[in-house]
Design a protein around this ligand. Sequence first.
Ligand SMILES: *Cc1c(COP(=O)(O)O)cnc(C)c1O
Length: 389
Amino acid sequence: MLTKTRLFTPGPTLLPEQIRLAMARDMIHHRTAAFAALMREVQAGLRLLFDSEDVVLPLASSGTGAMAAAACALFSPGEKVLVVEGGKFGERWTQICRAHGLLPVVLPVPWGEAVSPAAVAGALDQDPGISGVLIQHAETSTGVQHPVEAVAAVTRSRPVLLVVDGVSAVSITPCPMTRWGLDCLLTGSQKGLMLPPGLALIALSPRAWARAETLPARNFYFNLCAERKYCLGGQSAFTPPVSLIVGLAESLRLFGEAGLATVYRKQWALTALVRGGVKALGLDLFVKEHFAWGVTSILLPEGISSGPLLARAAERYGVIMAAGQDAFKERMVRIGHMGWLDYADLLAALHALAGSFRFCGGYCGGRNYLEQALDAYWTALDEGPPLPV
Ligand SMILES: *Cc1c(COP(=O)(O)O)cnc(C)c1O
């Protein structure tokens, strides 16, 4: 009664009422004209969102399913791929590659830092046997955004496919496939798309499709070439998650009404708000430079651990944030700000952060941190992000 429960986790995220209502409608059958019409509408919206020249395939799985599907569809056992490993999700690429018999060559990046495109070029020059680069656009475990456009400038002139995990980036920060020259872009439903978990989306470039068509299918369920054929006919190979696709049509409609540039501008401004507030509190932002637009990571000082802080924030303020991962589990708090959130929600998150931090015995500064956060928000919203979107 006292508070609303608000999710500030880096997925799943809150759902707008329009999407919840759309998903509550009765079932439509997936081998009907009604479903084909739905798929046509969704494809048009997705092609814009991904900036894809070809279909964007829906898969019934979480985001990781699409990562596995990509590794399997584009590379053969024994083939070498370069994995940018700067956090938990980079490590997931390595694990997926190993599980499917690929030979991952790891390019380690310290947690909290972005990969250097020159280092990618260097690794590729050193080993001409490498035929792919696997990367996250936003590494959600650390809050870093890798410079994917610059990495694509390295791969697009070589016979090397660039596969981008955009689960916490698509619809949060621009990642135009065709304009940048990405070969595969994938995402999941429960982050920027404002949907429940369970739907993954994946698109391939023309040269990636050409590659996929030459390889024998090694996966019966996640067979992208087969899915593509069905998708072109407004269907899917197996029973699709129909309600999630209905919800997706609604979320794409919302993006269409607002315009993608406005969606990105808002995400940028929300990031400025959180970073401004955290700085005004005197707390330590984990990522200094290449920060993601959907999650902000805060390094806690000695003596304060995330567990009790997050518990207090949830109980007292109804604010659900996330801890760090692995070595940073206790030392980090992550505030997710993807999708269906606005500036007022994030003021509650900052207030809960400050109050819970003090409750746990921490000292943090100025009482006007909310005003400073708001100043940062409106300035960022008016100025817009530093790249054309
Ligand atoms: C959330 C996330 C995933 C996918 O996780 P699932 O639990 O499989 O949906 C993958 N990569 C990144 C960068 C993510 O943030």
